[in-house]
Design a protein around this ligand. Structure first.
Ligand code: 13P
Ligand code: SF4
Length: 389
C-alpha cells in the first residue's frame, strides 16, 4: 500500500499557526538581534554544514521531534523532552548546546549542564503557551491557600517538563519531582509513596490521563484548580478530598483534537489505529487505541506492520515525517485542520544558520541562563526525575 501525504493548504490560519503574523507582544520576544539570512537563500544548507563542521565537537545540536525537517537534519540527537534532557546532561564536553526546541527545554538543558557550557536557543520567540499558563506568583498563591488549609504535608508537587525553570524550582524546594510524558506514571507512583495528594502542574490533561487511565484513580479523585478564580474555584472540602489537584493548563496544539476527530477517522478508515499524545483531552485519549510520548509514537509507527493504518494525534511535523518515512503504512493526521506548534516552528533554517555562524565568529547568541538559586532548586526536582526507577 502506498500512502500519499497531502500538505495542508497555506491558508491564513495555517500561516498563523506557523507563527507568521502573530502578536509580537504575546511572545517572549520576536526580535533577532543579528542579520538573519533570507529564507530563500539557496546556500543555507551548505552554510549550516560549514558552520557545524567549523565548530566540530565544540557544538552539540539537540532537536525535538516537533522541529521542521530543515532543522532536524542538523540535529546530532533527536528525541522527546525526556531524552533531550538526558542527552544535554550527558554531553559535558560540548562547549555549546544548540537547542532546537522551545524555551523551557533550553532552560532545563542549562540547569543540567556544567556552568562552563552555554545553551543557545536559535530563536528566543520559541516559547510554549502551556508553560506560560503557570506563573510562579499564581502557584505560590495556591500553595499558601493549601498551607492555610493545613494540607501541604500531604501534597507532593509534580510539574511537567513543559514549565518554566521557576516552577521547577518551586517543585524542587517543596520536595517534588519533574515528569515528562514518557515517565508521568513513574513520577506519580513515586509521589504517592511520599504523600497522599499530588499538585500537578501545568498540564491538566497529562495529569488526569495518567491518574485515571494508568493508575486506576476515578475522575472524581481529580479537581481542577483555576488560577484565575479565588481559591482556584474550589471549596475547602474539595481540596481536602482530592487526590489529584490539577492545574488548569493545556497544550493549545493537542487541545485541537476532539472526540469528533476520532469518530470521523474511524468511520472514514475502517480498522484504523488511533495513536495520540497524552497532552490530548481525556475523552480523546479514552477513545484512542494507543497513547504515548513522541518517542513512543515513533517506536509504535516504526514497529507497525506494512499495510496498517494509523491516525496520529500529535504535532504535524512529526506525523508528516513519519508518513513520508513509511510509505508502506497509511499514516495520517488525526484531524483535518493543520496543527503545527507555532512556537516550535519559530526555529527555522535561517535562525539555525545565524546561531551557528555567530558561534563560529566567536559570539554567543541567544544564550539561555537560569539564575543559580532557581537552577539549584529546579535541579533537585530534575535529578529526582532522572533517578526515578
Ligand atoms: P514529549 O516530547 O515529552 O513527547 O512532549 C511533547 C511536547 O509537547 C513537547 O513540548
Ligand atoms: Fe508547548 Fe504544546 Fe508546543 Fe509542546 S506542542 S511546545 S506543549 S504548545
Amino acid at each position: 500500500m502506498t500512502s500519499i501525504w497531502t500538505e495542508p493548504d497555506n491558508t491564513p490560519v495555517a500561516l498563523l499557526l506557523l507563527g507568521r503574523g502573530t502578536d509580537p507582544a504575546s511572545e517572549r520576544g520576536v526580535d533577532c538581534p543579528g542579520d538573519l539570512p533570507a529564507p530563500s537563500d539557496p546556500g543555507l544548507v551548505e552554510r549550516a554544514k560549514a558552520a557545524k563542521e567549523a565548530l566540530g565537537d565544540r557544538v552539540f545540536v539537540l532537536g525535538h521531534h516537533y522541529q521542521r525537517d530543515e532543522v532536524i537534519q542538523f540535529a546530532d540527537v533527536t528525541g522527546d523532552s525526556f531524552k533531550l534532557a538526558q542527552q544535554a546532561a550527558a554531553r559535558p564536553d560540548a562547549e555549546f548546546i544548540v537547542f532546537c526546541g522551545v524555551h523551557f527545554m533550553a532552560e532545563s538543558a542549562d540547569i543540567l549542564t556544567t556552568p562552563e557550557q552555554k545553551v543557545i536557543l536559535p530563536d528566543l520567540a520559541a516559547g510554549c503557551s502551556m508553560a506560560d499558563m503557570a506563573v510562579l506568583g499564581q502557584v505560590e498563591t495556591a500553595w499558601e491557600h493549601f498551607q492555610d488549609l493545613g494540607i501541604t504535608d500531604q501534597i507532593v508537587p509534580v510539574t511537567y517538563m513543559n514549565s518554566s525553570a521557576d516552577i521547577k524550582g518551586f517543585v524542587g524546594r517543596n520536595s517534588g519531582v519533574v515528569c515528562t510524558s514518557s515517565n508521568a506514571k513513574r513520577a506519580l507512583d513515586w509521589s504517592f509513596e511520599q504523600g497522599s495528594k499530588v499538585f500537578f502542574l501545568p498540564d491538566q490533561h497529562l495529569g488526569r490521563n495518567t491518574a485515571v487511565l494508568e493508575m486506576g484513580f476515578e475522575l472524581d479523585d481529580c479537581v481542577l484548580y483555576d488560577p484565575h478564580k479565588p481559591h482556584g474555584g474550589l471549596t475547602d472540602q474539595q481540596l481536602r478530598d482530592a487526590k489529584m489537584i490539577l492545574w488548569r493548563g493545556h497544550c493549545s496544539v493537542h487541545g485541537r483534537f476532539t472526540l469528533d476527530s476520532v469518530r470521523e477517522v474511524r468511520e472514514r478508515v475502517p480498522g484504523v489505529n488511533v495513536l495520540v499524545h497524552p497532552e490530548c483531552r481525556h475523552d480523546v485519549v479514552r477513545a484512542a487505541d494507543y497513547v504515548g510520548s513522541t518517542e513512543y509514537i515513533i517506536k509504535a509507527l516504526d514497529a507497525a506492520p506494512a499495510g496498517s493504518a494509523w491516525a496520529v494525534g500529535t504535532e504535524l511535523n512529526l506525523v508528516r515525517r513519519m508518513a513520508l518515512a513509511h510509505p508502506d503504512k497509511e499514516i495520517m493526521f488525526l484531524d483535518r485542520a493543520v496543527c503545527y506548534c507555532s512556537t516550535m516552528n519559530r526555529i527555522d533554517l535561517p535562525h539555525l544558520v545565524w546561531a551557528l555562524e555567530e558561534l563560529v565568529a566567536g559570539r554567543v547568541p541567544n544564550q539561555i541562563t537560569v539564575d543559580p538559586t532557581t537552577a539549584h532548586e529546579a535541579r533537585v526536582a530534575l535529578d529526582q526525575m532522572l533517578a526515578l526507577p
